[in-house]
Design a protein around this ligand. Structure first.
Ligand SMILES: [Zn+2]
Length: 171
């Protein structure tokens, strides 16, 4: 959905050529609407060789198992945000030890940093509006989830990423 009004002063935006492409610009205060992918942190956290997963309630991939992940806030590093999101989604404290990969694709709106980490404390606790299950899986027990029959480009991209991570973990 296109943004129509200035977030700073409420004036109707106009399309102008700005920094290399046409963008919505406020004719009154000069505010420019940039659309950039948002950073997301995801952690493959293990305890005694088992991987911490959440059963997702929200898109993308609602109804699927995936490692905990979430959007990073302006006042935290991507590592800090990943630790916080994992705590919120699972109740567990994790370390974020190593960057396994950075994943991006045009028009999905996010860039996902995938970390390896360890569970170092906490106890199982979650709010069902974010996830409706939290479980540890041995690599050979990782769920084999069928490709979604329908969905958005983000659903399919995230599905492929999760499937690749699980595949690598089974090796
Ligand atoms: Zn304005």
């Amino acid at each position: 959905m296109a943004i129509r009004f200035c977030a700073q002063c409420g004036t109707e935006l106009t399309l102008q050529f700005e920094s290399g492409r046409e963008r919505p610009v406020c004719p009154k205060c000069g505010y420019v609407v940039y659309r950039n992918p948002a950073p997301v942190g995801l952690v493959v956290a293990t305890q005694n060789g088992k991987v911490l997963l959440v059963h997702r309630v929200n898109p993308p991939l609602a109804g699927f198992w995936a490692p905990p992940a979430g959007h990073i806030e302006i006042d935290e590093s991507i590592e800090e945000g990943t630790v916080r999101e994992t705590k919120e989604e699972t109740g567990f404290d994790v370390t974020v030890d190593q960057l396994l990969g950075l994943y991006s694709r045009a028009n999905v709106g996010v860039t996902i940093a995938v970390f390896a980490g360890r569970v170092i404390g906490g106890t199982l606790a979650f709010e069902e509006k974010e996830v409706d299950g939290v479980q540890f899986f041995a690599p050979e027990e990782l769920p084999r989830q069928p490709r979604p029959a329908s969905g958005t480009p983000v659903d399919f991209w995230f599905y492929e990423l999760i499937a690749k991570l699980f595949h690598d973990l089974r090796q």
